[in-house]
Design a protein around this ligand. Structure first.
Ligand SMILES: *Cc1c(COP(=O)(O)O)cnc(C)c1O
Length: 428
């Protein structure tokens, strides 16, 4: 597999290099030089999740890793299902929250950990550095926990993620270090970018990123779009519209990649909260990020979505106009109203999924089948969901266990020198 840097096209790397480096020169994202041909998509849809995902990922990776190796990686990573639930006639939920940290990021995080282990010699130093607005951190921490030659440092905005989210990944210890930064998610992301720009530091601690900019995460996410369509009745596969609750736009990138591989999807909808840089851009053609606003769908509180250049590139390559993308943005009040409506319809959801559901059902046309992605388990946003629905929802076992443990996070200013010191100390 060859990939190129979107900012400097002459920088070409293998799958292994892209996985190890995360980002290319000048903070450029990697993008596949060739999109594979999958052949008979209907036959592929007949296969089971692990078998089908192995085929898709092997087609991407090519000769660099043996098919048996990829099969083992997928088998280790995808140990939980991605079921489709019917919410009402013609509207389905793709539930991506049945993994160990109860959010879709388990798929990408776990496949990334497998990929990195597969393409790294055992003697090199590796420090995974990532910024999280909540769920990536948990997924990455759990995916790498116990891989002792890989150190993980996770930055998150102090006080801006839910206490339960924090408990889930800041209680592990061992090779996992977490840092509560006095700033916003965008500040955390800027610190990560600054670290990757510091070539000497990058070498010294073997820096690697594990957020949605790592190509292996996106590749893993392609697989559950196929799994979603495979579960739909055949008659409902033809006019499928999928709404994706979006923050950094990795999930939507993966969906569009799935479509480029031949998955029958009529249209995608980019659904955001009031951090609506993309919906405004799709409306008026102006890229004008505003300061990030905190919302109850905090994993989507991103105003500078870093996967967007990949979407532009893919659309350009495929000749798809950006006007084919649906879009919409939802306020907290509307999100709460939608959660109550869904609850009345018999489906317990959480704010991120509810945003996608709302925009989907507003825009779905006659004859179309709708699907929205449920990116997290409702209990992961228990405080918010309980208050809006006036309930006391149960904590699933993994959350209950971590909730009872002590927080181990370091607290630091929004300051690069302080981050450097942390990175050096975990490798000592
Ligand atoms: C990360 C996350 C999102 C946003 O996904 P992107 O790929 O960053 O667009 C949506 N919902 C939840 C629950 C998340 O954790």
């Amino acid at each position: 597999m060859k990939l190129y840097n979107l900012k400097e096209h002459q920088e070409q790397v293998s799958f292994g290099q892209a996985v190890r480096q995360g980002l290319g020169r000048n903070q450029g994202l990697f993008f596949p030089s060739e999109l594979p041909e999958l052949g008979d998509v209907d036959a592929l849809l007949e296969m089971d999740f692990v078998g089908r995902s192995t085929k898709i990922l092997s087609a991407f990776i090519g000769e660099e890793l043996a098919a048996e190796t990829v099969n083992q990686m997928v088998d280790n990573a995808f140990k939980f299902p991605a079921p489709v639930a019917k919410v009402k006639d013609g509207v389905y939920a793709l539930e991506l929250f049945h993994g160990p940290t109860l959010a879709f990021k388990d798929f990408g995080g776990r496949f990334m950990a497998q990929s990195l282990a597969a393409v790294t010699d055992s003697d090199g130093k590796i420090t995974i550095l990532t910024a999280t607005s909540g769920d990536t951190g948990a997924a990455v921490a759990h995916a790498f926990y116990g891989m002792d030659n890989i150190k993980v440092v996770i930055l998150y905005p102090k006080g801006k993620i839910s206490p339960l989210q924090e408990k889930l990944f800041c209680t592990l210890g061992g090779n996992i270090s977490t840092v509560a930064v006095d700033g916003t998610f965008d500040d955390c992301q800027a610190l990560v970018k600054q670290a990757f720009d510091d070539e000497a530091l990058r070498q010294e601690v073997g820096l690697n990123s594990a957020n949605s900019i790592n190509i292996s995460r996106l590749m893993a996410q392609i697989c559950y779009y196929f799994e979603a369509v495979a579960q739909l009745p055949k008659a409902e596969r033809e006019q499928l519209v999928i709404a994706v609750p979006s923050g950094n736009f990795g999930n939507l990138t993966a969906g569009l990649l799935a479509k480029s591989l031949g998955l029958p999807v009529k249209r995608f909808i980019a659904a955001t909260n009031v951090n609506d840089t993309v919906p405004r851009y799709l409306k008026n053609g102006e890229w004008a990020p505003e300061p990030t606003v905190p919302t109850i769908s905090n994993a989507m509180d991103v105003s500078q979505p870093n996967n967007w250049p990949r979407i532009e590139e893919l659309c350009k390559l495929k000749g798809w106009g950006l006007d084919q993308l649906g879009y919409g943005a939802v306020t907290d009040e509307q999100t709460a109203e939608t959660l109550r409506q869904m609850d009345a319809e018999g489906y317990l959801c959480e704010p991120h999924g509810a945003i996608a559901y709302r925009i989907l059902t507003e825009q779905l046309e006659d004859g179309e089948t709708g699907m929205f992605l449920c990116t997290a388990h409702p209990a992961k946003f228990k405080e918010v969901v309980d208050e809006i629905l006036d309930k006391d929802i149960d904590l699933p076992a993994p959350l209950a266990k971590h909730n009872a443990m002590e927080l181990l996070s370091l607290e630091r200013d929004n300051d690069f020198e302080q981050l450097k010191a942390v990175l050096r100390s975990v490798q000592d």
